[in-house]
Design a binder for this molecule. Structure first.
Ligand code: DAH
Length: 344
């Protein structure tokens, strides 16, 4: 059998045809149901076990060669057959497949859009930060637990000074400091970006995620201004019927501080498993910028006041799109990403 295959290999090397019909005849001869290759395939069963490997490889080689050569011949006649008189130049082009925007980008852009309409500018800062901008300038005490190894990624180095000083930012609040130290008020910025925390990855926690920080500093800024902006944001983002509620909270960089809930947009506030039957879901932290933070960043706290707010983009995406496994956002599974085609 091996001899027969070798002979056939030589033969197919020489295959010639002068028109498409001849190619088709060759295809039937070799690759047709009752063709040579199929016949060999059924003979293959009778090959003794110790020869199977060698014969099998040769047989595959032959099959590939035949397919290759016949397609090449076919192509030759296909292209020769092109009759340019038949070309329809008025036919519209094939649609070009475009990629889709990532759901987190869609949400980020929506948030930015809403704040931009209220006069906020985009500001950005580095992801590799120093302790000052992430913690100290924001009024974190030296022994604040957020600086702990469990939360913060520190840069790995033998130099102890650098090790404690260089961190991956744990929140976008650091961009507040970067902006304040560069500019005097009025400051009205929105800061989107990626943040990092040393957490075990699960459906509800990841070692990186995304936040948007808002900051407004001017003369006479009050909590009322903050509340109004928050209400407007919630209605724009989740619909006009959305209600907000502020609960007292604590952040080192704001005083007073609050957390904002919106009426659950899944059950409309009636109570469902998503809102743990409370009718409310938490979406952001906020407050009046602590005077120490203003002073730390070169702004006179007797002249100026301001508010700040911060939210997680994944959290908003979860509420809008009901994506309840955080890991989906960074796995780059095309099937998941394609689901947001219509939202682009
Ligand atoms: N930085 C906070 C966090 O990562 C979020 C935050 C809370 C930002 C209150 C603020 C704020 O600007 O006022 O959890």
């Amino acid at each position: 059998m091996i001899e027969q295959i070798k002979q056939l290999l030589n033969e197919v090397e020489m295959l010639r045809a002068s028109n498409a019909e001849e190619v088709e005849a060759l295809r039937i001869k070799y690759l047709g149901k009752k063709g040579i290759i199929n016949a060999l395939m059924s003979d293959f069963r009778t090959v003794p076990a110790d020869k199977k490997k060698e014969v099998g490889m040769k047989l595959n080689e032959l099959k590939n060669k035949v397919q290759e050569n016949i397609s090449a011949l076919k192509e030759q006649f296909d292209s020769q057959d092109n009759n340019y008189d038949d070309l329809d130049l008025t036919r519209s082009a094939y649609p070009i497949k475009l990629g889709t925007r990532h759901p987190l980008s869609i949400i980020k852009n929506e948030i930015i859009d809403i704040f931009a309409r209220m006069g906020f500018n985009i500001a950005e800062g580095p992801e590799i930060e120093d302790d000052w901008h992430v913690f100290s300038a924001l009024n974190f005490a030296a022994d604040h637990p957020a600086r702990d190894m469990q939360d913060t990624f520190f840069i790995e180095t033998d130099n102890a000074d650098v090790r404690r000083n260089v961190v991956l930012r744990t929140h976008t609040s650091s961009v507040q400091c970067r902006s304040m130290e560069k500019t005097q008020p009025p400051i009205r910025i929105i800061c989107p970006g990626r943040v990092y925390r040393n957490e075990a990855i699960s459906y509800r926690a990841h070692c990186f995620f995304h936040q948007v920080e808002g900051l407004y500093i001017d003369k006479g800024v009050s909590f009322t201004d903050l509340k109004q902006v928050l209400l407007l944001f919630a209605k724009e983002m989740f619909g006009n019927d959305t209600k907000i509620r502020l609960r007292p909270s604590y952040f080192p960089f704001t005083e007073p501080s609050a957390e904002m809930d919106i009426s659950c947009n899944i059950c409309g506030g009636k109570g469902c498993p998503f809102c743990k039957h409370t009718g409310w879901v938490e979406i952001l932290g906020c407050g009046m910028v602590h005077p120490n933070v203003l002073e730390n960043n070169g702004i006179d706290s007797k002249v100026y006041s301001g508010y700040a707010l911060g939210m997680g983009i994944e959290r908003i995406a979860n509420l809008k799109y009901r994506v309840n496994d955080l890991r989906l956002f960074s796995e780059n599974d095309i099937r998941f990403l394609k689901e947001f085609e219509a939202a682009n």
